[in-house]
Unconditional design. Sequence first.
Length: 116
Amino acid sequence: MTWRLLVHLAGPGTEPFPDVATALQVARNAHERMSDTIVEVIVQGPSVSQLAADGKHAPDIAALHGIPGICITACANSLHAAGLAPDALVEGVAVVPAAIAHLAQRQHDGAAYVRL
């Protein structure tokens, strides 16, 4: 059986709150310990700006994209609020219309949930 873990990054993404780098590390750690689990990082709120292709986290995001079982998802509503177009994100970042609806559906389908 394949498990699904949702790692939800919501918030400003600035100290003292977690940022994308923290979420990526949590995803890597989870995947290493639970190799039969699909780990999905869902980024909502101002932190979506850290998913930009020209951002400092871009190399780490791109590296995770190549690992089977890890995916990164951005909220389209948050992208709109941040003034970012989906095509400005690191290649491989998925976009969902609303993170809240996506999270609710995934949890309804049996995914485990962790909020950072």
